[in-house]
Design a protein around this ligand. Structure first.
Ligand code: PAF
Length: 282
């Protein structure tokens, strides 16, 4: 497994592979890998000759009061997991390598970032779109895999790939959950044991919403009220948002549609946790 720390080395590596007729699968991450990331690597592995992982905690996608400085890291463990998953190259740049002192270009989308997480994280999706554009230009993959836990991020990237004509196939990997339903996330590492017990509220609220829809409730305000009361019955929780929306445009809906995305962000102690699911009417 090659470890490349500069953009020039990574680009040269990918160019050499392409010259040999090889294809590249790519999983971009911010490190502190867990089974969710590994599942994305497992999707990418059989799709191409080469499997590239990037580890970069991207400062431009964090707002001023977010957890950039506290973001968990364990590079040695990440490299071990990467090796086991059959990664052939790891791109591991530092901040100065990715954003020089004269850096001034940003990628932004008009609509998708206005909804869901974008409301409380106004700079987040611009930062994601910018760094993913850069990573795509550096790694030059044929296929890139992103987790569906970050549903809005996946939507932003799909849109960006279409709008900017990247010749890259984007694949969404299913959410990987702990036994009790908590969606795996690097940010779960911040939870104290008490907060960890409360963190099941997100997946359980989604289950509750699905049950209510199955019972025939279609009013979104009523469903949100129920889910919010349920979540607030757990200690250490503060609801950022619970929304039901169109899965393509992310625009909120007033009544449950044939296909509706339920998405939520809940602050549990210091961790801002997100979860989502598609509700499909039979
Ligand atoms: O999902 C993540 O880990 C990050 O947002 C990404 C896609 C690696 C961009 O920094």
């Amino acid at each position: 497994m090659d470890i490349l720390k500069t953009k020039a080395d990574m680009q040269a590596w990918s160019a050499a592979k392409k010259k040999q007729g090889k294809t590249i699968s790519f999983v971009p991450t911010m490190g502190y890998l867990h089974k969710g990331h590994v599942s994305l690597l497992e999707i990418g592995k059989p799709l191409s000759d080469e499997l590239v992982l990037s580890i970069f905690v991207n400062p431009t996608q964090f707002g001023p009061n977010e957890d950039l400085d506290a973001y968990p890291s364990n590079i040695q463990n990440d490299l071990d997991l990467a090796q086991q998953a059959g990664v052939t190259a790891v791109f591991l740049p530092d901040k100065n390598e990715m954003y020089g002192p004269d850096y001034q270009t940003h990628v932004s989308l008009d609509h998708l970032p206005q909804y869901l997480c974008g409301r409380s994280r106004p700079v987040h999706f611009g930062g994601v779109a910018t760094v993913v554009t850069k990573l795509f230009n550096i790694v030059m993959p044929d296929v890139a895999i992103f987790g569906k836990k970050d549903f809005q991020q996946l939507a932003v990237i799909r849109q960006m790939v279409e709008d900017l004509d990247f010749n890259i196939r984007i694949i969404g990997g299913e959410i990987i959950r702990e036994k009790d339903g908590l969606a795996m996330s690097s940010r779960n590492a911040y939870l104290t044991p008490e907060q960890r017990a409360s963190a099941v509220c997100l997946s359980q609220a989604i289950r509750l919403l699905k049950q209510k829809v199955a019972q025939g409730i279609r009013s979104v305000p009523d469903l949100i009220r129920e889910a919010e009361a349920f979540i607030l019955s757990f200690d250490h929780t503060r609801v950022d948002y619970i929304e039901l929306c169109d899965p393509k445009t992310l625009e909120p809906v007033e009544t449950v549609q044939a296909e509706t995305l339920v998405a939520m962000a809940v602050q549990v102690g210091k961790s801002r946790l997100i979860d989502n699911a598609l509700i499909e009417l039979a």
